[in-house]
Design a protein around this ligand. Structure first.
Ligand SMILES: [Zn+2]
Ligand SMILES: [Zn+2]
Length: 293
């Protein structure tokens, strides 16, 4: 049933359009809870001040205006596939099905290509803090285009089809999890971008698989230079060492699934997993949309 619902949302272009840009469904968690909170507040005010039929009419009018606004937006900026450029959806069905899969053989822990059985030599030398990392796709071709558009081109709506694909993969991989935690951005960077792409993925995935998302459980305390600019694995490890802190104990004893867009050396996920384990997480798996081979 989960698989069917995931596929339905992948192939339903209207579903993708509803998540265009930074609307409340795809904006930050704080934004989402604020929206939910303000909605409750508005409803309370309406029920206190206005007769019920007036309140109903206002709700209907807002809904009609929202739909009209979306239709106008679609006419001006029709959804365009990030892979082939067709005006069909943000990721058309054909491009979605043709993304390069991260197929085995791979290391059971870090998910790098590895022909042997079990753990690759690097993981045997120094085991990461996460139990295992999994990614459905290799970071190239349309996957690279999608991640870049999501991250650097303000195309937040791409998180919706990406989350649908992640939910299908999670179902196939059968990774046990109680809670989803996205890798945080440094607050200033998140404000500049307007959202955290990993949080968008986590929330989209959480809705589809019915898992709670705790997107303020981890804090990025240092504004580390982009990992993409670090050349070696050692540089990447030092770059994120001590950069994260956990807040609260909401995940204590729980099986955490860390969510991020791309894994390269796994240093960021390792640093986050370490902090979560110190904070009492029972286990930490990592799931990223793409894996750089
Ligand atoms: Zn396409
Ligand atoms: Zn490995």
């Amino acid at each position: 049933m989960l698989l069917t619902s995931s596929l339905a949302s992948i192939s339903h272009p209207d579903g993708w359009r509803t998540s265009r840009g930074l609307n409340p469904q795809t904006a930050g968690a704080a934004g989402q809870s604020r929206m939910r909170g303000s909605g409750d507040y508005r409803r309370r005010c309406q029920s206190d001040i206005l007769p019920p039929d007036t309140s109903h009419r206002i709700t209907t009018m807002v809904s009609v205006l929202k739909k009209a606004g979306r239709a106008a937006l679609d006419m001006l900026f029709p959804p365009r596939c990030v892979g082939c450029g067709s005006f069909e959806a943000f990721l058309c069905r054909r491009c979605g099905e043709g993304l390069p899969p991260a197929t085995p053989p791979r290391c059971a822990v870090c998910w790098r290509p590895y022909k042997g059985s079990g753990l690759c030599p690097k993981c045997r030398r120094q085991r990461p803090a996460f139990t295992g990392l999994r990614s459905p796709y290799v970071f190239r071709d349309t996957v690279r285009e999608l991640v870049h558009a999501l991250k650097y081109d303000h195309q937040a709506a791409l998180a919706t089809p990406a989350a649908s694909l992640l939910s299908r993969y999670l179902e196939e991989e059968n990774i046990g999890a109680d809670i989803l935690i996205p890798v945080p951005l440094y607050p200033r960077r998140e404000r500049a971008r307007g959202y955290n792409q990993s949080a968008l993925l986590a929330r989209g995935l959480g809705r589809l698989v019915g898992l709670p998302v705790e997107d303020r459980a981890l804090i990025r305390e240092r504004n580390t230079p982009s990992q993409a600019e670090r050349a070696s694995a050692e540089e990447r490890r030092l770059n994120v060492e001590g950069a994260f802190r956990h807040r609260g104990e909401g995940f204590s004893g729980q099986r955490v699934l860390l969510i991020d867009d791309v894994a390269t050396t796994g240093a960021t996920l390792d640093a986050c997993a370490r902090v979560l384990r110190e904070g009492g997480a029972a286990s930490v798996w990592a799931l990223t949309f793409a894996r750089e081979d």
